[in-house]
Design a protein around this ligand. Structure first.
Ligand code: M6R
Length: 620
């Protein structure tokens, strides 16, 4: 049951071809850095042996190292690491070599039976220099390689023999100095993609690693083993000699994964939201019937759904929590959300009447993947809501809805959230239309949905005003985020964004919970940001504002434009256009993304790569 296994959150790139391989590796690592940025390294075949360059920290350090000590090669492998086992030092940095130093490997994943394998190799006289399980795998492959006669296909056979003994997860790329030009890759539980070029081929942990060079890719399946050189590729599995896998064309290019004129990916992605929202709705609004049409759910009998279960982590979970209110409102179908990480270990009942969605931008989050497999294990279908095409969740789910948000590079999720939330509104609309939601009500929602990009644009146009508010509160040690109903998850998302990139402590509560304990935190030093846009609980929020003011707390209100009743009573306001109450949370969150962004920038934080984090959380 390998879905209970941890995975490392690292990035892999490997290249064989006519270009200077180290340059390709550096470019690929630069694009993969969002997956982890504790240490980085590359290994290149130089005609005599394998040359390694490793450094602690960012890819720029590796770049400098290679400028000082260049390596010329046409075949190389590279790795950027998010440390889980062993500190981020030079010894633990990938690539790792076998006992001869002529074989090198980069690896994402965890070899669970590494102790057993290590003891066996120690008995055979092997010596290890790192704390990593990867070095053990390198030695094991080298051990088999050296034992094989020259007449055999040594590297491929050695890799397969070693992997047959491994319990755990891996995405690997292996090179050997005696077989220049060749790279063997394999995956189990950790993604690996083959990039196909003219006179060159690539391996990468995701397509962003190679998208500057090719958009023609093959997503490998678990247990696949691939053998590439500059002009050919051959895919087999651990147990068979040849399999065919479908080629795909990546629908975005390198430019989409560049910052362009923006100082940070996060800001670029916040500003891309009018476009990403149009993309998630494109072709899905059924104007004739006031309905939504979602191709990936065609086979689901929406009228027979008894319950919805939404699973995700972090921001993706918040999108589900917001949708819980919206879907229940539109359709009356009970909705439950859960942390994927909790669900996977609970014995939560799911049955054929439960429509399950797993929500994940990356489609690789290990807890969400495990939760999905747990649902499927119980004989119930699980549908995905993913952004990354060809990701594991997208491939293993029983269908679903792609977000089409384009690459999201900033570690803080922004455009993926609004796309997830919008896709879930469409699902709520489709469910509602099989029940008591009238075509007229559906059409009204569609009309407001089609204005959503414009409304988000209006928020973006007020970014300077939001920045001023952020600068006023940037030195706070702690902040409260309050909201009611569907704006409570938005408060949670606002607090998460602030914590994640500015490192200011922030807590989110349903506004009415304040009186049950949290109000003790209210003081002039701990500002409260309350979402008080016009909806059915508007008056309740105004009372909460008064309660905070009565205790000398500072209040920042997120309110609708022109709402002087609110702006006159609070210390600062962030104003957003008014829209349909079920869509207002999506507009509101954009303002909170900007608030967190400008706070973090003012504090000099590394916005796109906040400390301790990585974009895809492929570790438990
Ligand atoms: O790729 P996923 O959507 O599955 O990622 C889930 C969370 O790790 C992610 O949303 C995380 O909370 C964000 N970095 C928050 O900004």
């Amino acid at each position: 049951m390998y879905w209970h296994i941890e995975m490392l959150m690292c990035g892999i790139i490997a290249y064989s071809g006519f270009r200077e391989a180290t340059e390709v590796i550096l470019e690929g690592l630069r694009r993969l850095e969002y997956r982890g940025y504790d240490s980085a390294g590359l290994g290149a075949i130089n005609g005599k042996g394998i040359e390694l360059r490793k450094c602690v920290g960012r890819i720029t350090n590796l770049n400098e190292l290679i400028t000082q000590k260049p390596v010329s090669s046409s075949t190389a492998i590279g790795h950027t690491r998010w440390a889980t086992h062993g500190p981020p030092n030079l010894e633990n940095c990938h690539p790792h070599c076998d006992a001869t130093g002529r074989l090198a490997i980069v690896h994402n994943g965890v070899i669970e039976n590494y102790k057993l394998l290590k003891n066996r190799l120690l008995d055979l006289g092997h010596k290890f220099t790192s704390d990593t399980d990867t070095e053990i795998l390198a030695h094991l492959i080298g051990h088999f390689y050296d034992a094989l006669p020259a007449s055999e296909d040594k590297l491929l056979i050695a890799v397969k023999k070693a992997l047959a003994e491994v319990d755990g997860t891996y995405g690997i790329a292996v090179i050997h100095a005696d077989e220049p030009g060749r790279i063997i890759g394999a995956r189990r539980g950790s993604p690996l993609v083959v990039g196909l070029g003219e006179g060159e081929n690539f391996l990468g942990s995701d397509v962003s690693a190679m998208v500057s060079f090719t958009r023609d890719v093959i997503y490998l399946n678990d247990l696949d083993v691939v053998d590439i050189n500059d002009s050919s590729y051959k895919i087999s599995t651990l147990h068979t000699t040849k399999v065919t896998r479908q080629k795909s064309r990546v629908d975005w290019d390198a430019g989409d994964a560049e910052k362009g004129e923006f100082p940070h990916f996060m800001l670029k992605e916040i500003f891309e939201q009018p476009t990403s929202l149009r993309n998630v709705m494109r072709g899905r609004l059924n104007w004739d019937h006031g309905d939504a049409k979602l191709g990936g759910l065609q086979e689901v009998k929406l009228s027979q759904v008894k319950r919805i279960l939404l699973l995700g982590c972090g921001t993706a979970l918040h999108a589900g929590m917001m949708a819980e209110y919206v879907i229940e409102e539109l359709s009356g179908v009970p909705v439950e959300t859960d942390f994927s990480s909790e669900f996977r270990y609970r014995n939560s009942p799911v049955d054929q009447g439960t429509l399950v969605f797993v929500i994940s931008q990356s489609g690789e989050t290990v807890d969400t993947l495990a939760a999905m497999r747990e649902v499927q294990r119980k004989g119930v279908k699980a549908y995905g809501l993913c952004n990354v095409v060809g990701s594991t969740i997208a491939r293993e789910s029983d269908g679903g809805v792609y977000l089409h948000a384009g690459p999201e590079i900033g570690v803080a999720a922004t455009k993926s959230f609004t796309s997830q939330a919008t896709a879930l509104v469409l699902i709520g609309l489709a469910l509602g239309r099989t029940r008591s939601l009238s075509a007229r009500e559906g059409s009204e929602l569609l009309a407001e949905l089609s204005r959503l990009p414009e409304n988000v644009e209006k928020v973006l146009n007020t970014s300077e005003a939001i920045k001023k508010v952020a600068l006023r509160y940037k030195d706070s040690q702690s902040m409260l985020f309050l909201g009611r109903l569907a704006n409570y998850p938005i408060a949670m998302e606002g607090a998460l964004k602030l914590k994640e990139i500015s490192y200011i402590h922030a807590e989110a509560y349903p506004a009415a919970e304040l009186k049950h304990g949290v109000i003790a935190l209210v003081s002039p030093e701990t500002p409260s940001l309350i979402i008080a846009t016009r909806d059915g609980v508007y008056d309740k929020n105004r009372s909460t504002i008064q309660e905070i003011k009565a205790r000398s707390g500072q209040v920042i209100a997120l309110a609708n434009e022109g709402d002087s009743d609110i702006t006159e009573t609070v210390d600062s306001s962030i104003l957003v256009p008014e829209t349909h109450p079920l869509l207002q949370p999506i507009v509101n969150v954009v303002a909170l993304q900007l608030f967190a962004y400008y706070t973090a920038v003012a504090l000099g934080r590394d916005v796109d790569k906040p400390r301790n984090l990585a974009k895809s959380v492929t570790v438990e």
